[in-house]
Design a protein around this ligand. Sequence first.
Ligand code: HEM
Length: 518
Amino acid sequence: MSPAMPFDVRTAWPWAISVLLVLLANAVRRPRKYARFPPGPTPLPLIGNALDFPRTHLGREFAEMAKKYGDVVYLNVLGQDTVVLGSLKAARDLLDKRSANYSDRPTSVMVQLVGYDWLFALMNYGSRWRQHRRAVHPTMTPDVVPQYQAFQSDAARNLIRLILQSPGDLGSHIKFTFAAIVMGALYGIELREPHDKYYHMVERMGEVGEEILIPGRFPVEAFPVLRYLPSWFPGGGFKKWAADAKRDISSIVDYLFEGSKSVITTDASRRPMIHRILGDTPSQESTELEKMCKEVAATMYVVLSARVSNATMGAFFVAMALYPEVQKKAQQELDRVVGAERLPDFSDRPSLPYVNAIVKELLRWHPATPMGVPHRILADDEYNGHVIPGGATIFVNIWAIFRDPELYPQPDEFMPSRFLDTAGNLDVHGRDPTDVVFGFGRRICPGRHFADSALFILCASVLSAFEIGPPVGEDGVPIPFKREAADHCVVSHPKVHQYTMKPRSVHVDHLVRTANEQ
Ligand code: HEM
């Protein structure tokens, strides 16, 4: 379901008046310290650098800007100070080492309008965010994450089953797989088929979450005064869109939580996150605790989690179809370690360095959040002789860091062997993509160990079951294709083609069935 178009240029005149007023106000309040801001493109009167803000490929276009201005670039986007960090050093120096000042999130009118103010990923840095983050932490540590492996293995086998049934629907199978993994691990609710009602609910939540994060998507973010437009007024359509989203989301979150409470788990390896939080934090009032738990679980679900992970998995199929020699090498390793009589499981992981290197390379080659999730600096800071103004939005160009040829020679190529030493062991020292792709400082992704383990079992299982080839035409001739992605959003979704998915043995179907019976 695609959201209604919330902004129509033909009815934009009321916006234009408000916009003009705000731009004039910005023009007269230009501070003197502006001269010491980091370098960047020359701003135009009134609109600043609004036209310089990339529109098609955020990572690549900001990387071009960095070549000209350096690894810390300043833009004034319709009055909003914006700083783009283009190197790992700048990101570590500021977001990691000065994290007390750099851990806020930009304030968003749309977040309030769609009722996502409980979503801790988008909350301002403060006591409420800290409380939510602390509730999640003990449920996502490297020691606890293995306890969710049963959900991840089930979903990997189910993915094979779905591909066997209808290889042409790969895009929706991938989406469904991550929805099922996260739904199981967070709520304990089992998603069986893509037409499941729970699946549609979480799709709706993710869709709204992603839409409001698209830079420039809603002019009300730059001109908050527009929030007072009535929804029936020309240009006020975004308010109706937001009100619909708010109503849907609120009922979905309640529904999921109630569904989860009624799940009974006797098997410790299938204890969902919600039960862990409700059971592990006994000191608070139960209603207050329940409310927080409901919000925390939904945050873990909505925020990018399923969508970011499935964007990464989508890129896996692109890479495998484009690089058959990589695929072949991984399959040789799997055949040697796992054999043809069973599917891989987590106990095989330490013996599969090449498959592990594929997961690392995947996160590097296609960073699903190429510009991370924006931070906001609280108070003025100085860096390399420049002032970074308090309140500025801070982006890290993760895409550019991963395209640094010093760290990753031939960066556009998919080359897992870059992460292996001469003896064939995994060697990521000083350039591990998982140290970058999951963000920085106090806001680092809490789901990173979970995501890493899900990606491993999915990649290993698919590689052992299928030979993935390029799409073919009706005449059976391969259709040339290249990597394409929507790169103007927070999440970069690769285009999923109709690959050929040839089972590697006639027993794959049997293996899936017997694995589920174990
Ligand atoms: C390949 C998969 C994933 C990638 C690339 C990814 C990446 C990221 C990034 C870049 C951030 C922002 C960090 C920052 O602000 O510096 C983030 C935040 C977050 N991620 Fe992930 N993520 C992934 C999977 C997951 C999963 C599976 C979950 C949950 C189970 C999750 C939950 C979250 C949450 C809740 C936040 C917000 C943290 C906060 O604001 O305090 N992510 N993620």
